[in-house]
Design a binder for this molecule. Structure first.
Ligand SMILES: Nc1ncnc2c1ncn2[C@@H]1O[C@H](COP(=O)(O)OP(=O)(O)O)[C@@H](O)[C@H]1O
Ligand SMILES: [Mg+2]
Length: 452
């Protein structure tokens, strides 16, 4: 393994060790030296697998080690520590090694021993590399997923892309149904054809027919020109019927007719126009229940649901939550002039505890907002507005205090219908202090949606 070329190794040490660096270089490592945690933060790219050696024996202070902790989180970096045996009696060092390193080596040791451990750490870290499926043509969206449920989803996408049968995608809102539909289209033989999406829940029922099938000039008052419907404009490609559960019952009948005949008639027209599309439909609701309750035609359901894709909710994706958060951070970190490096340990823990009802869409929104709001270079649970989800054990006193303060102010604001003078009097603080705290906790009307 050690003779492969092009693998990056970060070497964090307070001292120079030219002998070791040239030895590791000869072994095929691209060694990047770093003196401090902030150097590591600058060099590190969590999107690429690398190995990292931290020379604890070179004497880092507790504060410096704390700073290292935050850049040792990405699972795509395999850390090895070099230590003095005496250091292993220090709690903070033991914890750093136990929580973030694949291995540690007591110095003095041979260069071969180090190289072996580093190769091993790189191999383990490479298992966490983010597999990415079909970047969107002309776009910059990728589908990130390493957990078993997502790997299964990727396998299903690849399989269904090879056929032309209708696909039905189910999953909670924000889980990536549309992204999967695009991925299927882009991997299918229709990839060069159009991908046309229609949100059946967003179009008023009386406009649905004309939206789907189009109309001829003069078909009804106001129809001044011919309009091509979405079905026809998807000819040769894929038609994505989003929120299909909201399709009005009369449109269900005409969609079924189209699926049976492979042809449409524009409203007010007499011509039968053959249309060749592949149908992908999706819903966040329970379509089987809608069928049972008579809100959705069973015959249409069976036509649409030939192949089925299930999107796992974000809370069931384990470590992908953290990987996605880093992915979003990399993509949007330019939104803050400060160089944001990562997430505090509390923030990461809170992300795992939270239940993510809005799934990936919500995670993207929270991380983007946190990037803009963050006052420090590490995004905290507070920046993500996830303080209540920080497990009590890992919360700092400051965070617990902040949360209690925020709750007390929030409740007093509600009790006094946002009359700041009364709120300040009840809490025994000045109006100015109250206002300052409200700003700090995002409780001002313009930020929280509450009238000020
Ligand atoms: N696995 C994923 N990796 C990266 N981004 C994702 C992933 N799944 C969803 N997204 C992003 O989350 C947002 C919501 O996805 P979308 O497909 O619109 O969800 P849905 O249609 O299920 O509501 C989009 O911005 C999408 O790019
Ligand atoms: Mg959607």
């Amino acid at each position: 393994m050690a003779n492969d070329t092009g693998r990056t190794l970060i070497y964090a040490s307070r001292k120079h060790n030219d002998g070791l660096l040239s030895f590791l270089g000869e072994q095929g490592w691209q060694v990047v030296p770093a003196k401090s945690a902030s150097d590591v933060g600058r060099i590190l790219n969590p999107g690429i697998t690398s190995a990292a050696l931290i020379d604890l024996a070179s004497g880092y202070s507790d504060r410096e080690m704390g700073a290292f902790e935050s850049c040792m989180q990405p699972a795509t970096v395999g850390w090895v520590a070099a230590t003095n045996p005496e250091q292993l009696t220090t709690t903070s060092i033991r914890r750093l090694i136990r929580d973030y390193c694949f291995d540690y080596i007591n110095v003095p040791c041979t260069n071969d021993q180090l190289a072996h451990a580093i190769g091993h750490a790189w191999g383990m870290a490479s298992l966490s590399e983010v597999p990415v499926i079909t970047p969107q043509v002309g776009g910059d969206q990728e589908m990130v997923g390493t957990c078993e449920a997502m790997q299964q989803l990727f396998r299903t996408i690849r399989k269904v892309a090879n056929t032309d049968a209708p696909v039905f995608i189910s999953g909670e809102s924000g889980t990536g149904k549309e992204l999967s539909a695009v991925a299927i289209h882009e991997r299918s033989l229709r990839a060069k054809g159009p991908f046309v999406a229609i949100n059946c829940g967003a179009i008023p029922p009386h406009l649905m027919q004309s939206e789907l099938f189009g109309y001829e000039r003069g078909a009804f008052t106001g129809a001044n020109a011919r309009k091509i419907g979405r079905v026809e404009s998807a000819n040769g490609g894929t038609l994505f019927l989003d929120e299909i559960g909201d399709l009005p019952i009369e449109s269900q009948a005409s969609l079924l007719r189209f699926l049976q005949q492979g042809a449409i008639e524009r409203l007010g027209g007499h011509e039968v126009i053959p249309v060749n599309v592949r149908i992908i439909s999706a819903t966040h609701g329970d379509l089987e229940a809608a069928v049972k309750e008579g809100r959705f035609r069973m015959d249409l359901f069976h036509r649409l649901c030939v192949l089925r894709v299930d999107e796992p909710p974000l809370r069931a994706r384990g470590q992908d939550i953290e990987i996605l958060a880093h992915h979003v951070l990399q993509r949007f970190k330019g939104d803050n002039h400060r160089k944001i490096r990562g997430f505090t340990q509390c923030a990461v823990q809170a992300m795992y505890e939270y239940h993510w009802p809005g799934n990936v869409r919500e995670l993207i929104n929270r991380v983007r907002r946190a990037i803009v709001m963050a006052d420090s270079r590490m995004i905290s649970a507070k920046d993500l507005d996830l303080l209540p989800w920080v497990p009590t054990l890992v919360r700092t006193l400051e965070e617990i205090r902040a949360e209690a303060e925020r709750t007390a102010i929030e409740q007093a604001l509600l009790r006094h219908c946002h009359r700041l003078t009364d709120v300040a009097a009840e809490l025994g603080i000045s109006r100015i202090t109250l206002y300052r705290l409200m700003c700090r906790y995002g409780l001002r009307g313009d930020e929280s949606g509450v009238p000020a």
